[in-house]
Design a binder for this molecule. Sequence first.
Ligand code: ADP
Length: 397
Amino acid sequence: MKILVINAGSSSLKYQFMDSVTGDVYAKGLCERIGIDGRLTHKVPGRDNVTRDIAMPTHGEAIQAVLDIMVDAQYGVIKSVDEIEAVGHRVLHGGMAFTESCIIDDACIAAIEKCIPLGPLHNPANLMGIRACQKIMPNTKQVAVFDTAFHMTMPAKAYTYAIPYEYYEKDDVRRYGFHGTSHRFVSARAIDMLGNPEHSRIVCCHLGNGSSLSACVDGKCVDTTMGLGPLAGVPMGTRCGDIDATILEYLMGRYGYDIKEMLNILNKKSGVLGISGVSSDFRDLEKAAAEGNERAELALDKFRYEVCKSIGAYVAAMGGVDAIVFTAGVGENDAGLRAALCQQLGYLGITIDAEKNSQRGKELEISAADSKVKVFVIPTNEELMIAMDTAALVEGK
Ligand code: ADP
């Protein structure tokens, strides 16, 4: 099926028009500066990129611009918008309402709206994307795929916070986890690469700008590092990861920050950027560290340390591990980081094949033949997962 996958943010909208069976991407692109002025960048494999300034006061104009370029005589890939068989939307927070993807109808929209307090930055933007598509393509079926859904199989001991229980009962405060579509995709691929055993224990490390790890037993998530929101877990590009809540009170008192300013610091100025003062990009950090920048080295050291600790925690939680998976921008591309992590994990009997670890851009087993645990690099493909879910639901499978 030919599916348009939409990932709507507050001022941007990413799209990919793809085949849900083969994974072939016909076109993809990005609308930026929605609500400010508007710019569309459209890419068709094998052709030059097109960039156009187009007024985008709302997500409606952005979606219209995507559809217009898709049928454009020169840059388009289809003759008519009718060739888009269905639309799949990435939605950040599905709260407790969504354990899987769903066809978008009034009830689904109402439930996504109810999750806005849990995902105040993303859910409203996701809804704007959904509503714009409904208006412009009223006869095309749409599906919502949630970042949280895969993690809903966690047991209570993993998702419960040790705060008064009424906040869970009355206010839905619990661990939800994010990057679920990626964790689902790579854990399923890893099970396949393990030869589809009856029992499997996998640690998935989604290491990108935002990073999270998950523990998956028999294909189901049993724990993950992110929490109620995506600020928790390991340190990230600009997000702090797990910290002591006392720090908030202490800094807010010392500097007079309100909670918005404090959270802005923890979301945008922390993580490896905050420690290094250099960059949130691991390539910049590695360059700076190689040139002797000690804080860049400390930021990398902290990141590796916390990822290793989380892997160790999940091995303990699962009572062992059969495979460790690296994915996303850093996990897929940073061979040096993978080698360093695997060396630290040597106590698990892990050894890697340096030659295999140096390859890029494809699914790889990088563990050596005698390694007690398999180590895989699996390029994530959240868009394909969204397209597959969308096709399955629309076809009624
Ligand atoms: P996002 O969370 O925005 O989807 P990605 O998964 O695309 O992020 O990861 C982006 C990050 O990947 C960049 O910030 C950069 O730090 C990292 N990255 C990309 N290529 C490399 C590389 N060759 N070596 C180290 N890090 C890389």
